[in-house]
Design a protein around this ligand. Structure first.
Ligand code: DLZ
Length: 280
């Protein structure tokens, strides 16, 4: 797509970044420059013959209403509210809205009414936590690490759209106590998913295997018997250094990963329910 001027260029780039597109490999030479944006699963479409109702640049999305809210927030901050259209039905069994983030640059965002149309058969959860309720059970034992796991989990939830007020944090003495607290929370049916966080260090834990087996079995059993997803963020490490690496130093943050898994499971359960009906 050709962009008219530098201001439009800046604006378009800012909006796409705000929506979470990763910067791709751009280019620049004597004739001009190009900015690339990557989408994990893309559907690029050129359209002709349907303007002005349908802009020439269309971005297919999931969760159109969430995207509309994000675009609206950005356009309001830029003083461009008037250049944002409402979400409306299209004649091809989809919904669409149009935004003009810069003069002459129109983008249409759209979502199919049937999310499975034209897609491979596999269903996948989205990483959008808007409106979801979570409980995090975190062990105090090895707090220097579990604190980092908790920060990672909160980071994942809040950046995915979860509300602070929808997150209950429950601290327990050690990993041994996680299953019982998780079960109590799951049985309230007030949470869409649970996130369990703890650290068992082999070198410092007598009967390490027995404790680990019981903790993992208890968390799994609570998940299966209550039907509430329980993300497993209990680290089992040989050394403190290994645990630190998995809590944000060198090998990712397992708290973040557990929270992302929890969001995905809530989303996938919802989709399975919508497609096949809920078992409950
Ligand atoms: C007792 C103990 C030991 C030795 N090691 C750990 C550990 O590495 N990680 C952990 O989360 N908790 C440990 N605990 C505490 C137990 O989980 C439990 O809290 C106490 O035995 C009290 O029931």
């Amino acid at each position: 797509m050709a962009v008219e001027n530098a201001a439009a260029w800046e604006r378009l780039g800012a909006l796409l970044s705000e929506l979470g597109f990763e910067p791709g490999k751009g280019w620049e030479d004597a004739t001009g420059k190009g900015a690339a944006f990557l989408a994990p699963l893309g559907n690029l479409e050129f359209v002709t013959g349907r303007q002005p109702a349908v802009p020439e640049l269309l971005v297919e999305v999931t969760s159109l209403d969430v995207v509309h809210t994000a675009v609206k927030k950005w356009m309001t901050a830029e003083g461009l509210t008037a250049k944002l259209g409402d979400v409306a039905e299209t004649h091809w069994n989809s919904r669409l809205f149009t935004a003009e983030p810069a003069p002459g640059v129109q983008i249409g965002f759209w979502e199919r009414n049937d999310p499975y149309s034209g897609k491979p058969a596999a269903m996948e959860g989205d990483l959008i936590a808007t409106g979801m309720r979570f409980a995090i059970v975190v062990a105090r034992w090895n707090a220097v690490i579990t604190h980092r796991l908790l920060q990672g989990a909160l980071d994942a939830l809040l950046r995915s759209g979860a509300k602070k007020d929808y997150i209950e944090i429950v601290r327990v003495p050690g990993a041994w106590e996680i299953p019982a607290a998780a079960r109590t929370l799951a049985e309230t049916k007030k949470f869409d998913a649970l996130i369990t966080l703890g650290v068992l260090l082999r070198g410092e834990t007598a009967h390490y295997e027995a404790i680990y087996n019981e903790v993992s079995r208890g968390i799994g059993q609570s998940q299966q018997e209550t039907g509430v997803p329980h993300a497993f963020g209990v680290l089992t490490c040989e050394t403190l250094e290994q645990a630190l690496n998995r809590a944000g130093l060198k090998a990712g943050n397992k708290g973040f990963e557990a929270a992302a898994a929890a969001i995905e499971m809530v989303s996938i359960n919802k989709k399975i329910g919508q497609k096949h009906g809920s078992a409950k």
